[in-house]
Design a protein around this ligand. Sequence first.
Ligand SMILES: Nc1ncnc2c1ncn2[C@@H]1O[C@H](COP(=O)(O)OP(=O)(O)O)[C@@H](O)[C@H]1O
Ligand SMILES: [Mg+2]
Length: 486
Amino acid sequence: MPQALPEWLSPEDVGHLQRLMGSWGMLADLCFADLLLLVPTSEEDPSVFRIVGQMRPTTNPTLYREDMLGRTYEETDRPLVARSWQLGAIVEGEMQQVGAERARVQCIPVRHGGRMLAVLTRESAPTVGRRQGELEAVYVDTFDRFARMIVNGEFPFDTAEDSAAAEAPRVGDGVVLVDGRGRIEYASPNAVSALHRMGVHSNVAGARLDELGLEVTSTERALQTAMPVTEEVERRPDLIVVIRVIPLLEEGRPSGAVALMRDVTDLRRRDRLLISKDATIREVHHRVKNNLQTISSLLRLQGRRLGSDEGRTALQEAERRIRSIALVHEILSRDPGDQVAFGEIVRSLVHMAEDAAASFDRPVAIQVSGDPGEVPADVATPLAVVMAELLQNAVEHAFVDGSDPGAEARRVALDFANDGSELRVTVIDNGVGLPEGFDVARTTSLGLSLVRDLVTGQLQGEIGMAGTDGTRVSLRVPLPEPQKIG
Ligand SMILES: Nc1ncnc2c1ncn2[C@@H]1O[C@H](COP(=O)(O)OP(=O)(O)O)[C@@H](O)[C@H]1O
Ligand SMILES: [Mg+2]
């Protein structure tokens, strides 16, 4: 936000001006006027002033539709600013701007640590702020108190507190003005409504916020510490109000405070809804995982009872496929992003295949090289099913009696290369090789038909299989750009 600030300002000076600009939305609203912040381009020769900040009021139309940042003025263009700088005091007057109507201008020197840093101007059409009603009178009077604090170097406060937070209450949300003992001098209509919602129906004038049955300690703390305090007050059944209290100082001592209050119930309700949605999604993932586990153990139990070898094998295969899907599901649900690191899935699939090899009494250590990198979540599941089938085939069919090179020499190797737009995978074994005349495009056996259809259909990729001198399967899978949500 801040325009390049002149170099002569120290980092502390810059911090002070930035804090001022961080909280000056409130000031503009209180005085119903545009605020500009001007800094001389040179400290020794303060004859040219540059606009380094601009704030429009939300309580009144702006005087400046255009962006004023970066404009510079000679002393003679803006004599009031120059005079205010020279005197180190508030200067008021009128200004005729080329092509614009006359404007009322108040120039407020900005001091910090006894030094002058800038001039804050408050500019409005001449009719603005001519005390129309109580609210206007109180707001403008409050602004004047802030203006004196700015001149004295007492505002903004030297705290890192983030008053520009998105939910920080604004003047339009509701203003309560209290005196030096915390007694309410004025409450704006919106503040009265907020207090009503909090269950306060009596006339609030003269009372302290903590006497109204509200557990509000922020006014007291702000008056005691002479520092702004923000607190969130919760009222049953479900009302949440943020109160920000800014003490008004006179010669360093709080002579009162401004409390801005905002009903954030709807905001908080939305936050809570989001959190509970998250929890629901996690719960659903959990149930899906449990259900998949239940299905796979049902198949296992049923398979054990079957007399026919064929039936038993079929159920074992089905159980294995479900287990590999459950595994991918678990990994996907743990990290519910658009992209998933496929390496972790590969590690688990390799484990499963090694276990299967051991159960055939033909143990094999499967080697993995290259990095599969990240793949979109909807590529991960079909690809994992494909990998599981290929690994299973290698450990199941490659090393059959007669052409088994022996435990030490069995080799199954996986290799990955991911260039961001395409993933290449090879699965190689040094076993018996594929049957004579095998053609992956025409095979009708279940496992490889699944593999082929997933790769060429769902994944829009290519598959090649060569079966002399062991078996070599190569896949090319295009990786679509992750879909951006929102
Ligand atoms: N890595 C391999 N080494 C040797 N033969 C293989 C290999 N992969 C597949 N095969 C052969 O291809 C056939 C079809 O495989 P697949 O469709 O997975 O069915 P299944 O594994 O149920 O037999 C297998 O029965 C096997 O003869
Ligand atoms: Mg198979």
